[in-house]
Design a protein around this ligand. Structure first.
Ligand code: UTP
Length: 290
């Protein structure tokens, strides 16, 4: 079965970015000149996804407008002869009917946000992308995971190794390595202290899930931080179905964290020919004071 639908939970409060996120979703923050959510949506389309499902909370309007046409801007760009920019903003608007919005009324946790999409997803495997996990890579992660799904026909989570003292920020795996970049997950625990962590393999924000996950999310059990956690539902799902971990290639930036967000901006800007030289000159200049 083909993975056609992708869920984007964008209803978190983004408290670490207040005041920027007071009235706007964290996923609308730009890395260089593109909102985080656009990177994730492009990754999904690149993986063959046909339907985008946004689970929104506050900041819905800016997000909706971003993926819709804006005749006023288009006309101005046209009149000014800025054809390239005009094309760019027209291209980012998906075909009518490709995007579906639903609302998470209360930010009860990532697991709850995904559960809010249950009726739209229906009875088929689907992808989940957390836009604040931005990955710089030559091998887009979701497209690779779709290939793995075709092979294993089971849920898959993207994983990476983290520093041992960072385990309390992630869902951490107890897993057996099957191949170079594939793990079979035995168990998982949300945000364990380093002493209790079964490994340093952490789940990050790309998943392919079978629809059975909704049954477990529907129990609405509260986990770490008093939130309904996806990790806990996946842990229950493990009792009935296998789940695999895919260790992706590339660098992941935690854009939900201020330092991670700044690093992402720098790393992505350094890839841009129009910005690279200026930035390198600036870094060389300021590093004398470090
Ligand atoms: P985070 O754990 O980063 O939480 O969410 P947050 O609320 O966005 O940010 P902080 O910690 O307060 O700064 C991970 C992902 O899950 C979504 C977020 O939008 C983000 O994409 N999420 C989280 C929801 O959609 N709903 C929730 O109730 C919680």
């Amino acid at each position: 079965m083909k993975i056609k639908k992708a869920v984007f939970p964008v209803a978190g409060l983004g408290t670490r970015f207040i005041p920027a996120t007071k009235a706007m979703a964290k996923e609308m923050l730009p890395v260089v000149d593109k909102p985080l959510i656009q990177y994730a949506v492009e990754e999904a389309f690149d993986a063959g996804i046909e339907q985008i499902i946004f689970v929104t909370g506050r900041g819905k309007k800016a997000l909706e407008d971003h993926f819709d046409r804006c005749f006023e801007v288009e006309l101005t760009l046209k009149n000014k002869g800025k054809e390239e920019l005009l094309e760019q903003i027209q291209e980012l608007v998906p075909k009518t009917g490709t995007i579906v919005y639903t609302r998470q009324n209360e930010p009860l946790g990532l697991g709850h946000a995904i559960w809010c999409a249950r009726d739209i997803v229906g009875d088929e495997p689907f992808a989940v992308l957390l836009a604040d996990d931005l990955i710089q890579t030559g091998r887009p992660v979701l497209a690779e995971m779709v290939k793995k799904f075709d092979r294993f026909r089971a849920s898959i989570a993207a994983v990476m190794e983290v520093d041992k003292d960072q385990t309390d920020k992630y869902g951490i795996l107890d897993a057996s390595q099957l191949e170079n970049n594939i793990f079979r997950i035995n168990d998982m625990v949300e945000k364990p202290n380093p002493e209790e962590a079964p490994s340093n393999l952490a789940i990050i924000g790309r998943y392919i899930l079978t629809p059975n996950i909704f049954k477990h999310l529907g129990k609405k059990e509260k986990g770490a931080g008093g939130e309904i956690q996806l990790t806990d539902a996946m842990k229950s799902l493990l009792k009935e179905q296998p789940i695999f971990g895919y260790k992706f290639e590339g660098t992941r930036f935690d854009c939900g964290d201020k330092a991670g967000f700044q690093m992402a901006n720098l790393a992505f800007a350094l890839e841009r020919p129009d910005l690279r030289d200026k930035l390198i000159r600036f870094i060389r200049e300021i590093q004398k004071d470090f």
